[in-house]
Design a binder for this molecule. Structure first.
Ligand code: ADP
Ligand code: MG
Length: 281
């Protein structure tokens, strides 16, 4: 397409709060056939609501909330930010030896205790826990299983219409790529028109899923919000970051950044791109 048309397309994107880093992104978006989405914070709201705090092995609900929220203070994961926001300041204690294992969880020393928070396999691999059909983090204290905290993960109000609009504009496949477990993924997918649901993925498996998309189903667009999504945004033909919360690892790795907390900007971006390409020819 003519450079002038691309520049004008990029300008109309920016008026719609979508920052596009290069003109070729518009060309690819106009032809995109597959749209992959991260689940937590992308298809769903970017704040989780605490559903249940379930302590075990003699700990109290307040103890596991305080210790887990404390180790989560530096993490940008939505689970972390939602938990910290819903914990009172006096229960947020200083942490040392902080480590984050992307796509798994965090660990650190809080009040002299070794605290680990995240997936059950990461926290206490040999523990049997009654898993809930909800987004859940598990907690261990000094190597001993201490319970779980589950969250309500709610689909965004605009998700369903966004996917319908993408389909109307020619999308052949809508994928969900999530590190969360199958039951949660299926529940969200059922309330939107998502045909390809992949759950319990590690960041490397999200990349593989994007790379596996066959030539006839490309270009593939991946939309995500978290650090764990950054590599798969780079692997896609077009990576779109939900960047409303500011400059993140995801927005640095993306070809386009949505500056508002609104998923429907993905289908708007396709519409603007298609219009730009039409004008250019
Ligand atoms: P999604 O793809 O749905 O955004 P992630 O791949 O980021 O999910 O994370 C998958 C799972 O790993 C989460 O559901 C959670 O159990 C665990 N996890 C990842 N990061 C954290 C963290 N900072 N704190 C607690 N748990 C985490
Ligand atoms: Mg996410």
């Amino acid at each position: 397409a003519a450079p002038v048309a691309l520049v004008s397309g990029m300008s109309s994107m920016s008026k719609n709060h979508i920052i596009v880093k290069s003109g070729t992104t518009l060309e690819k978006l106009a032809k995109a056939k597959t749209f992959a989405f991260d689940k937590t914070g992308t298809l769903t709201k970017n704040e989780l609501v605490i559903d249940e705090i379930h302590p075990e092995n003699g700990y109290t609900a307040d103890e596991i909330q305080s210790l887990s929220a404390s180790v989560e203070q530096q993490s940008s994961h939505i689970i972390a930010t939602s938990l910290v926001k819903n914990t009172s300041a006096q229960n947020l204690l200083p942490v040392t030896n902080l480590k984050e294992k992307v796509g798994n969880g965090v660990s650190g020393t809080v009040a002299g205790k070794e605290v680990k928070v995240g997936k059950l396999t990461y926290v206490a691999a040999n523990q049997q826990a009654n898993t809930k059909n909800a987004t859940t983090i598990y907690i261990s204290i000094d190597g001993k299983y201490a319970g779980y905290i589950s969250f309500k993960d709610q689909i965004r109000p605009e998700t369903s219409a966004t996917i319908a609009s993408l389909r109307k504009q020619g999308a052949q496949s809508i994928m969900m790529l999530t590190g969360d477990h199958k039951a949660v993924a299926k529940k969200i997918a059922a309330s939107a028109d998502i045909d390809d649901v992949r759950s319990e993925l590690l960041p490397a498996q999200k990349i593989a899923a994007v790379k596996e998309v066959s030539a006839e189903n490309r270009p593939v667009v991946m939309t995500g919000d978290g650090v764990n999504d950054a590599p798969s945004l780079m692997a896609a033909d077009v990576g779109i970051a939900m960047g409303a919360k500011g400059a993140t690892a995801a927005s640095e790795s993306a070809d386009a950044v949505i500056m508002v907390n609104d998923l429907s900007k993905v289908s708007d971006a396709v519409a603007i791109s298609k219009h730009t390409m039409k004008v250019a020819h």
